[in-house]
Design a protein around this ligand. Structure first.
Ligand SMILES: Nc1ccn([C@@H]2O[C@H](COP(=O)(O)OP(=O)(O)OP(=O)(O)O)[C@@H](O)[C@H]2O)c(=O)n1
Ligand SMILES: C[C@](O)(CO)[C@H](O)COP(=O)(O)O
Length: 407
């Protein structure tokens, strides 16, 4: 009986398995499995299939897809769908590969390339190298020498040892094999109850099929995480990947109490049994925030701009310090992203004034109230704050400056 030809069978003895039946849990599934997400206007799997269908040495292609994904696949592969055979994949990558090999068996290919559907940047050169590494007794493995220093982890998350990286390679796909030996190795692994192989060269190793290392490519990344998909999209859309110049500054201030009947906190006058001692209105929250803003552009601190020795700041409203710092930030092209102030005091209670403080800060910084955070904590009666001798404040501000983060 003549073997039934597969739809895309050409005069090639090199068949291809594309495994695409995974769920992509690490990438997050809110937008569907990662192989169907769009990069550069087409689905990931479309790019992968196109690379193999365009390669002159490639013959029949079997794609393992999930049982639930027939429609997704048809829509993602578009016009390419008719040029490949689909099979229902299994619970593991290993099972999906085996099912696709079973489907290809009828074409009697001499060799097979086994590729992850989620490596869409596979190049003709790597496919060529994978094919050229295969012969009747050897498989081929596109790989890259490991370039990071490798550390083995101890039980307590410390470094147990540094692992010599000489001779270590990271494995890519397509991995190439003579068809019959790898098909039989997969069947034997299944019969032996082995389902723990993460790639096909590991099955070859287990079955005693030698595998040649051939050069992979740094571009041939596996889309594993959501950020891999975003970067793949940017790469294909011709957008430069930008790293915005976001800078964070912090500020700290403390003022002691003296006799009085109110305090100023974050621009709000609050009746209290004492007042804060200071050259200005002693608004400790605004002083900390002024320092945080200045810190985002290395513009010194509040004392640099408003020396306590200068009589013009006697009794001044601290609002103008914040507005001055915000103006410096803006003069350097900065856009304030958010400001966060924590007041540390036993009294007065901050909660009833939080909304008014938020509105004041939003007005001073000219940003939306949801970009302001006012928090308060006591000091658990400890230290000078606990003894109600003063109030401290910590502030953080984030500012986006023009241009990109320098290398
Ligand atoms: N049962 C499975 C599991 C994985 N794969 C495929 O194997 C390739 C590499 O696997 P991986 O990146 O681990 O994909 P997922 O299993 O989908 O990802 P995750 O582990 O994050 O769920 C992918 O193309 C994936 O679709 C498969 O065909 N069948
Ligand atoms: C086959 C593989 O791509 C080789 O690097 C990889 O092992 C498959 O992905 P997984 O993340 O290990 O499931």
């Amino acid at each position: 009986m003549n073997p039934k030809p597969l739809p895309n069978q050409q005069n090639s003895n090199v068949a291809v398995v594309v495994v695409a039946a995974g769920r992509g849990e690490r990438a997050g599934q809110a937008d569907g499995p990662k192989q169907y997400r769009r990069i550069g206007g087409k689905a990931v799997i479309w790019h992968t299939l196109k690379a193999f269908l365009d390669h002159p040495k490639v013959g029949p292609i079997a794609v393992a897809i999930h049982a639930d994904d027939s429609e997704l696949f048809a829509s993602a592969a578009g016009e390419l769908a008719a040029r490949v055979t689909t099979v229902v994949g299994g619970a593991t990558r290993q099972d999906s590969t085996r099912f696709a090999l079973i489907a290809l068996q009828q074409s009697r290919p001499q060799a097979v390339l086994i590729h992850d559907g989620v490596r869409p940047f596979i190049s003709p050169e790597v496919i060529d190298r994978a094919i050229s590494g295969i012969d009747a007794s050897h498989g081929s493995l596109p790989s890259l020498p490991v370039s990071d220093t490798l550390k083995k982890e101890a039980f307590d998350r410390t470094v147990a040892e540094t692992v010599p990286r000489a001779g270590l390679h990271s494995a890519q796909t397509p991995q190439g094999f003579p068809f019959d030996p790898i098909f039989s190795a997969h069947q034997r692994a299944f019969e032996a109850g082995r389902s723990d192989f993460t790639d096909d060269s590991a099955i070859a190793e287990w079955a005693g099929i030698p595998v040649r290392l051939v050069l992979g490519s740094p571009d041939n990344v596996k889309l594993t995480w959501a950020k891999d998909i975003a970067m793949a999209d940017q790469r294909l859309s011709g957008q430069a990947i930008s790293f915005p110049d976001v800078r964070t500054g912090n500020g700290y201030d403390v003022h002691s109490f003296e006799a009085g009947d109110h305090v100023w906190l974050c621009g709000v006058k609050i009746a209290h049994s004492k007042k804060l001692n200071g050259h200005s209105d002693a608004d400790v929250g605004l002083h900390a925030l002024t320092d945080a803003l200045l810190a985002t552009c290395g513009a010194g601190d509040i004392g640099t701009h408003f020396p306590p020795s200068d009589p013009q700041w006697k009794g001044a409203a601290s609002r103008q310090f914040v507005e001055h710092a915000a103006a410096i930030v803006r003069s350097r092209g900065g856009r304030i992203a958010n400001a966060d102030v924590t007041l540390i005091c036993e009294a007065p209670k901050v909660g009833p004034h939080r909304a008014a403080m938020t509105a004041e800060l939003a007005d001073m910084l000219r940003i939306a109230p949801e970009r302001i955070s006012i928090k308060a904590t006591t000091n658990e009666k400890l230290g000078f704050i606990g003894r109600e001798e003063g109030i401290a404040a910590i502030a953080t501000a984030s500012v986006v400056y023009p241009g990109e983060l320098p290398e």
